[in-house]
Every structure is written in structure tokens, then in C-alpha cells.
Design a protein around this ligand. Sequence first.
Ligand code: SAH
Ligand code: MG
Length: 191
Amino acid sequence: MERLEEYALKNNVPIMQKDGINFLCDYIKKHKVKKILELGTAIGYSAINMAKIDSSIKITTIERNSDMYKIALENIKNYQVDKQIDIIFKDAKEVDLKDKYDLIFIDAAKAQYISFFEKFKKNLNDDGVIISDNLDFHGTLLLDEDKLTKGLKGIVKKLKAYIKFLKENPEFETKFYKIGDGISVSKRRLK
Ligand code: SAH
Ligand code: MG
């Protein structure tokens, strides 16, 4: 896994931080998660880590960038988890899935988290969980917005809106963790 971590560092690929991926994998083990949907494959680092937990785990992961997609395909072969991982080369906005998943991991374009959540919640099992990454966005949410570049300001605004959306969501209850780059865990409220 170190080879992938080095590659990501060199090429500025925003893979999960070490304690973030550990948190995610621990959750999967503890709750015996078997079927996972991931938005944002990048080089396949998080998907490979999750697949390596147990050979009974199946992952569908979506990536829109062709370079990332190609590298991820190669990596999942090299790590011998290509039978467990399906990569869909498409923009997640245009993907419609029928299957239900135990866990949906949102780690794609930060500005679209609300629409991803709304779009894919129908694919979540009743007792499933939606986990989102990068809610702290490298600490930028704590900075004075006027000090940020225009692009960053936009993302920070969207992430703040997502956090508010989660906090006020009538259907899902969310816990926030200051782990890695900020992680949330959302479950359906009991009726
Ligand atoms: N989960 C990976 C890191 C993902 S980085 C890991 O931890 O190893 C985010 C990735 O999401 C990037 O590769 C980017 O190309 C992809 N992405 C961003 N928006 C997307 C979208 N709308 N649909 C599909 N992929 C998207
Ligand atoms: Mg991330």
C-alpha cells in the first residue's frame, strides 16, 4: 500500500489520510459491511484497502477522470482485488444504480455532496450508512472566508451547506468525527 501512498503524494492525488482509511476499515469490520458503493475512485487506494479486509466484500466505485480510471484499473489488478471491485467510468451524476448497498462512501467533488447524498440514498439498505470524507477540507472551513481564493471559497460554502444539511436532516442522523480530513457517518433515523 506504501507504493500507492507515495504515488498519490508525488502526483497530488487526494487519497484518504491514514487515520481516515483506518476509521473506515474499522467501521467495515465492526459492522460486517459487505456491499459498498464509493463515489470517487482516484487511483483505487481506498477501494483496495476496503476490499483487502475480506474477500467477501464487493465494491462498486465511480470515477469520471480517465487517467485516474486507467490507473485504478491497473492497481486493482496488481493488488488482486479486481474480482471484488467494479469501476464505473462515468460522472457520478449520470450513474443510476438499482442495487442496494450497506455503505455508501462519498469522496468525490466536494461541491456536489448534497446532490450525491440525495441521489444515492435510494441505493442504501435500510440499516445502511453513508460516510463522507473531507468535511474539514484541510482546515479551510475554520478560516476567514475573505482570505480564501474564489474557488476555495465556493467549495467551503458548499461543504458548510452540506454539514448544515446533515445536521438538519429529518431522515438521517449524522455523527461527525475529527478524524483524517473530517468524516461524517449518517444513518437513517429509527421510525
Ligand atoms: N477515494 C479515493 C480518493 C478520491 S479523490 C481514495 O481515498 O483513495 C476524488 C476523486 O473523485 C477524483 O479522482 C475525481 O476525479 C473524482 N470525482 C470528482 N467528482 C466526480 C464525479 N462527479 N463523478 C465521478 N468521479 C468524480
Ligand atoms: Mg477524500
